[in-house]
Design a protein around this ligand. Structure first.
Ligand SMILES: [Zn+2]
Ligand SMILES: [Zn+2]
Length: 375
């Protein structure tokens, strides 16, 4: 079928992207779902740092690639071997499919699926090649999803059903920001109510970690960012203390659990410095593979410290996404607070500039609405 999607043509074009326009809105041919796959009509898709990292070359992926991995939509058609989803159901996309057969998948979400990681880096779906074609040329899939499009074919393992009562923009954000940030708190840090927790970097993932910590009634919650407006937002959401990274270092602010959500080696150093004796530093951000951080190894030993890497919130999406949806339903997880702007697909290059400037928490592309043809 014919679809419209946002295709990254080339990696590393200069800023501003609104002028260099690395992403074009193209008409593509989308193949039929295979036996283990489903066809989804997209309703909403969030713009995440992992999309920007492909645009600016921090995460190298094959191009041309149809971006977008934080998305939600309705099932249109299911493959012959898919018997637990039906057309019309709303699904949240998950950006790392789990094969449920490899050694890593046996580790309860702690380790990324080795099959899914491989196909994600190759830009293909879990059980096959690409289903995207433009004028006879293959176009790659982003993280098994390619959600910046009117429709997508994804593996069954890349979709988690969610109730109709969860609106599409909320559902989309559950799939990456909430799963990653929330999981860094619930699956990796696992704080008790009497503990202290610090979140370093208040983008979508960091804000999601923050509201998750608040939902768990952790008694001392500290939020850290370089931008005052984000600290103000964090205080409004319920952070008990807020600081810039410089203030954290100068004043020696510490917490038992410190989660780095900025994907920046300096943020990791700040998070490590702010971790109390016997405490745990959790890193959820994804810096460039060449980035290096400096930490004193002596401190890890002498202060009996722990460092945890948390990819995808150490999550099992089919187990965790319904959990976050339920917290949202109960009014305990205000996911709508993470959404700063709703935009159209055509606004994608400007949206990447906004994200690169750190100005947006979550910008969400809305499909089948007035937004679709704006600017
Ligand atoms: Zn993401
Ligand atoms: Zn696996």
């Amino acid at each position: 079928m014919k679809i419209t999607g946002a295709v990254l043509e080339e990696i590393g074009r200069p800023r501003p992207f609104s002028e260099s326009r690395p992403i074009t809105i193209s008409e593509l041919e989308l193949g039929e779902p295979g036996p283990t796959e489903i066809l989804v009509r997209l309703e909403a898709a969030g713009i995440c740092h992992s999309d920007l990292s492909v645009v600016d070359g921090n995460r190298v992926r094959p191009v041309p690639i149809l971006l977008g991995h934080e998305a939600a939509g309705r099932v249109v058609e299911v493959g012959s071997e898919v018997n637990d989803l039906r057309p019309g159901q709303r699904v949240v996309m998950s950006f790392l499919p789990r094969c449920e057969e490899c050694d890593n998948c046996a580790e309860d979400g702690r380790l990324p699926c080795s099959a899914g990681s491989k196909t994600n880096s190759e830009g293909v779906l879990l059980h096959g090649s690409t289903h995207l074609n433009r004028d006879g040329e293959s176009v790659f899939h982003h993280l098994g999803v390619s959600g910046f499009a009117t429709h997508a074919v994804v593996d069954r393992a890349s979709a988690v059903p969610v109730g109709d009562d969860v609106p599409p923009d909320i559902a989309a954000v559950l799939g990456c920001a909430v799963l990653t940030g929330g999981g860094a708190v619930l699956n990796a840090a696992r704080p008790k109510p009497q503990d202290s927790i610090m979140i370093v970097g208040l983008g979508g993932v960091g804000m999601a970690a923050l509201i998750t910590a608040i939902s768990q009634n952790v008694s001392r919650i500290v939020a850290v960012d370089t931008l005052e407006e984000k600290l103000e937002h964090a205080r409004r959401l319920g952070a008990h203390e807020t600081y810039t990274p410089q203030q954290v270092l100068e004043q020696g602010v510490k917490a038992k659990y410190v989660i780095e959500c900025a994907g920046n080696p300096r943020a990791f150093e700040t998070a490590f410095a702010a971790t109390a004796v016997g405490g745990t530093t959790i890193t959820a951000g994804l810096p460039s593979p060449d980035a290096r951080a400096q930490i004193p190894p002596m401190t890890v030993t002498a202060e009996a410290r722990t460092i945890i890497g948390s990819y995808l919130g150490s999550a099992v999406p089919s187990r965790d996404i319904p959990k976050y949806a339920q917290l949202w339903r109960e009014g305990k997880l205000p996911v709508e607070e993470l959404i700063t702007t709703r935009i159209g697909l055509a606004d994608i290059n400007q949206a990447m500039d906004q994200l690169a400037d750190g100005k947006a928490v979550r910008q969400v592309i809305m499909f089948n609405s007035d937004h679709e043809h704006s600017s």
